[in-house]
Design a protein around this ligand. Structure first.
Ligand code: FMN
Length: 150
């Protein structure tokens, strides 16, 4: 299963989460490519079967600035037949917790991708939630393998 993790990250937390997810997938036998959203366009998703996309939230109902061009390109992509999942860090001290993750999920669904697992949102310091992220990743890998087998 060709797998890509695309992340946008201003301070580095989403990138840290993306690294945990890549390691967790590897432990489940899935080798994923990990790309900073600044280095790719949404067309790259055509090459993959499993799409894992991550963004922090900096303003209510707003995609992180680096992620915006990719998010806009995504709108016209046809992703039916592809499996997907969304993740991101946030801070519940802010009124709209992790709304960018929900926006990513909505867009993936709009493009026809099948979300294989509920999203993964981390509240606060991502390093304190590494085990949780690895656990989510294992469940994601299991669900994706089941879907692609059947
Ligand atoms: C100015 C500012 C605004 C933020 N607004 C939100 C918000 O509306 N919702 C939320 O869940 N987190 C919010 N956060 C928390 C960030 O999403 C969080 O720190 C995240 O880990 C940053 O990810 P990054 O290091 O990948 O950029 C905000 C942080 C800052 C500094």
């Amino acid at each position: 299963m060709k797998t890509i993790i695309v992340f946008g990250s201003f301070v580095g937390n989403t990138e840290t989460m993306a690294g945990y997810i890549r390691d967790g997938l590897s432990q489940s036998g899935i080798e994923a490519d990990m790309r900073d959203v600044m280095d790719v366009t949404a067309e790259i998703l055509d090459e993959y079967d499993l799409l894992i996309i991550g963004s922090p939230t900096y303003e209510p109902k707003m995609i992180q600035e680096d992620m915006l061009p990719f998010y806009d390109q995504l709108e016209s992509m046809k992703l039916s037949g592809k499996l997907a999942a969304a993740f991101g860090p946030g801070d519940s001290a802010w009124p709209d917790f992790c709304t960018a993750v929900e926006m990513l999920e909505e867009r993936l669904r709009h493009c026809g991708a099948e979300l294989v697992i509920e999203n993964h949102m981390v509240d606060g310091i991502v390093e304190e939630h590494e085990d949780e992220t690895l656990d989510w990743t294992k469940r994601l890998a299991q669900a994706a393998k089941q879907k692609s087998a059947g």
